[in-house]
Design a protein around this ligand. Structure first.
Ligand SMILES: Cc1cc2nc3c(=O)[nH]c(=O)nc-3n(C[C@H](O)[C@H](O)[C@H](O)COP(=O)(O)OP(=O)(O)OC[C@H]3O[C@@H](n4cnc5c(N)ncnc54)[C@H](O)[C@@H]3O)c2cc1C
Ligand code: FES
Length: 370
């Protein structure tokens, strides 16, 4: 079965859309837990899929007659695993996660956007560092990739994973993690935190709290503080606790890397506005693929939504301001972003914006994408 049914441009990537898109054959589907599968892909005939640990694919599928896109982090390591894979955990009532869990089987083809994402790090055999990973539920996926790459590529580095789950049956990759503990004894450790733990397991019970984090960090192998880096990915409340705890411990923000799978409930904006800069119907110029498009964006829509309505084949994935797939540079005018979690402070200062959550504040907005 082929799930990508929207044909626009012919390219040489196996995808009907051209550069940046690829159609991959599913090699194998593995049941990780009762509600999560891993989808392993074949590399395309045109060459191996290139990706960095921590990056994500965007899956494109036609569900109920409508094209849907969602981001899924690669759980594999380009240094270790022969085939790229993603792990998809069911979300209650969720369109794509249930569609993939219910339908995908080996031999199917899935249309994807090629891997992108900034939640990554450079690996080098000269590195002598400690990577401390905080994962919750499906948030383990990019951390798994980072852990495998670090252990494989950096013989002098250590990796510690603090992994929060509901119960023992919801731990994704439990057996792989157990194998890695044996293989990398002394360089890898895992601290499970379970809301409901079995008697047999010696780990904290309940949610991940600041106290658990402090106690865990206190007994981790100590390298010098400037060689420790912290990566987190999990539900919003867990990420908030980890962020606050690291902050309270005085850990420099430049050593802390985050990936969010869902938008926070608090809407954050990156622009202060003056009275003349209100969100009203305004013209916006989008420069994409060497073409200039003029669109009129209404107050109740985002720049991306209007661009797609006008049949401009813009790149996008999460549509929540998290993944940066739609990222562009605002080279004139001002926009207001409803959410800017996906962008670093430096990117915001350089003028990067996320059209999927952006509204024009002035009449001269020009956004260059790609
Ligand atoms: C960069 C990035 C990487 C991601 N990597 C992975 C991954 O490796 N594995 C994975 O399983 N998911 C991952 N996600 C989440 C994924 O993209 C989808 O958001 C998720 O599968 C839900 O999609 P859906 O269509 O099933 O739900 P939707 O139909 O979009 O949403 C249904 C309801 O569930 C809520 N919801 C959406 N996502 C979540 C969630 N993650 N947890 C709880 N509630 C949610 C929504 O607010 C909504 O109310 C990633 C997201 C991003 C931005
Ligand atoms: S589509 Fe993900 S940030 Fe815009």
């Amino acid at each position: 079965m082929a799930f990508g049914l929207f044909k626009k441009k012919e390219g040489n990537s196996g995808s009907s859309r051209g550069a940046g898109y690829v159609t991959l054959k599913v090699k194998e589907v593995i049941n990780e837990t009762n509600d999560a599968i891993s989808i392993h892909f074949e590399h395309p005939d045109s060459g191996e899929i290139q990706y960095k640990s921590g990056q994500f694919f965007t899956v494109i599928a036609n569900i109920n007659g409508k094209e849907e896109r969602r981001a899924y982090s690669l759980c594999t390591s380009p240094f270790v695993d022969p085939n790229p894979a993603v792990t998809v955990k069911r979300v209650e009532g969720g369109l794509m996660s249930n569609f993939l869990n219910d339908n995908v089987k080996s031999g199917d083809s899935l249309e994807l956007m090629e891997p992108i994402g900034n939640f990554t790090t450079e690996f080098s055999s000269n590195n002598h560092r400690h990577l401390v990973l905080f994962g919750g539920g499906s948030g383990i996926t990019p951390l798994m990739s980072i852990a495998k790459s670090a252990l494989n590529q950096e013989p002098n580095s250590k990796v510690s994973l603090i992994y929060a789950n509901r119960n023992i049956n919801s731990i994704i990759f439990k057996s792989t993690l157990d194998e890695m503990l044996g293989e990398f004894h002394g360089r890898f450790e895992v601290k499970h935190v379970l809301e409901n733990k079995p008697e047999s397991m010696d780990c904290p019970e309940g949610y991940l709290t600041e106290q658990i984090i402090k106690e865990t960090l206190a007994v981790l192998p100590q390298l010098s503080s400037d060689s420790t880096e912290y990566f987190m990915c999990g539900p919003g409340p867990m990420m908030d606790v980890v962020t606050q705890s690291l902050d309270n411990l005085g850990i420099d923000k430049s050593r802390v890397y985050k990936e969010s799978f869902t938008a926070s409930l608090d809407t954050k904006t990156s622009e202060s506005t003056s009275d003349s800069e209100e969100i009203i119907s305004r013209e916006v110029t989008i420069i994409y693929d060497d073409e200039e498009h003029k669109i009129t964006v209404e107050p109740d829509e985002t720049i991306l939504e209007k661009g797609l309505d006008e049949d401009i084949d813009l790149p996008f994935s999460c549509q929540s301001g998290l993944c940066t797939a739609c990222r562009g540079k605002c080279i004139s005018g001002k926009v207001k972003m409803d959410e800017d979690e996906g962008l670093s402070e430096a990117e915001i200062e350089e003028g990067y914006v996320l059209p999927c959550v952006s509204h024009p504040l002035t009449d001269d907005v020009v956004i260059e994408i790609g």
